[in-house]
Design a protein around this ligand. Structure first.
Ligand code: UDP
Ligand code: MG
Length: 339
């Protein structure tokens, strides 16, 4: 641990950034004000620029040049928010790590309360949203549906509802997270999977400060499928049962046809039935192949073992950033250290 002569606990703030040039100065102003006021903690912000196409990284460089508590990592391209958070987690080397969006939908003012709550003996403190201003009803509806589905499909651990990625985690929780290197990163599931004593603080989710959400409906749907297939093989089981059910129905129908023919004789008929059943069977087969395909694709992705992100540049002088890129040292296996 990096202790600079003081016994203050250290806090790392991980911020994924993608085209947030307009909000970054305001975000930093609010974050700094909050952290300045939380005496008793040394803090360090790690911005991860996920291949922004606007001035985000230039702004981060300016902030990092002025302030030694700020460092920034720039990816070689857009790897997605999951990868950005993972990089932050890899680099964070503090007693507590906070993950927060840059768009000010996650109010930085909540961090002191999270730190207080963590002090009561929790490893993870989630920010629980009591309302979601500025989000469309269909986004809320589908997200509700998705959590219900995940709840049904997933044994073992609960996916907390109405929480985003905004959370505080202890050093050992972060070390545990750093060990999960799957390339298909459904972070909500990964966060939940590690377990550890967890608590919540509530807040009202504000609309974005500026700009628009980077997630459209198709992205969210794909995200939901990722979530389900990365943490459950239940769809495969459902495909099995579906196959079984259809076979049984077909068998019963076959017997019925034989009996009917024996009793009443049968002029050649049933063309519509034939077409209907062929189409139905074809549909069921395609669906099941699709489900299997989802998993095969996932295996393919994992088998390649590609790095989760590539870094193009860094800004800031902080030791956490100047150290060897941790994806090399930690990729293999990060030991879980105890608190
Ligand atoms: N983000 C990112 N990479 C992406 C998309 C988003 O790092 O490919 C960041 C973005 O800059 C923001 C956070 O992830 O800090 C959440 O993104 P957004 O506000 O678009 O998502 P929403 O709040 O709608 O879930
Ligand atoms: Mg947002």
């Amino acid at each position: 641990m990096l202790k600079s002569g003081s016994d203050q606990a250290s806090v790392a703030i991980v911020v994924p950034v993608y085209n947030e040039a307009e909000v970054l100065p305001e975000f930093w102003r609010r974050l700094e004000a909050v952290m300045q006021a939380s005496t008793g903690f040394r803090f360090h912000a790690i911005f991860v620029d996920d291949g922004s196409r606007d001035r985000s990284f230039a702004i981060l460089q300016e902030i990092a040049a002025r302030d030694a508590r700020v460092s920034a990592i720039r990816f070689s391209r857009n790897f997605g928010k999951e990868a950005a958070m993972t990089a932050g987690i890899d680099y964070a080397d503090a007693d507590w790590t906070v993950i927060i969006d840059a768009d000010l939908q996650d109010p930085p003012e909540l961090i002191p309360e999270m730190l207080r709550r963590a002090g009561d003996g929790y490893d993870v403190v989630l920010a629980h949203r009591t309302s979601r201003h500025g989000e469309s009803w269909h986004k809320q509806f589908f997200s509700h549906l998705f959590y219900r589905l995940m709840g049904i499909l997933n044994p073992g651990f609960d996916l907390p509802t109405d929480t985003g990625d905004y959370r505080l985690m202890s050093r050992r929780a972060i070390a545990a997270l750093a060990r999960l290197r799957e390339s298909n990163r459904f972070m909500k599931g990964i966060f939940a999977w590690i377990g550890f004593p967890t608590s919540k603080v509530s807040y009202e989710r504000d609309p974005r400060y500026s700009g628009t959400s980077k997630f459209d409906f198709l992205k969210l749907l794909n995200h939901a499928i990722d979530g389900i297939t990365s943490f459950s093989t239940m769809p495969l089981r459902i495909a099995t049962y579906l196959g079984l059910l259809v076979s049984l129905l077909a068998f019963a129908y076959g017997i019925a046809v034989v009996i009917r023919t024996a009793l009443y004789g049968d002029p050649v008929a049933g063309f519509p039935t034939l077409i209907a059943s062929i189409l139905f069977l074809g549909g069921v087969q395609l669906l099941c192949i699709g489900i299997i395909g989802e998993y095969v694709g996932r295996i393919y992705g994992e088998a390649k073992q590609r790095p989760l992100y590539l870094i193009e540049g860094i800004a800031g002088t902080h030791a956490q950033i100047k150290n060897d890129p941790p994806q090399r040292s930690r990729e293999a296996q990060a030991p879980v250290d105890t608190k």
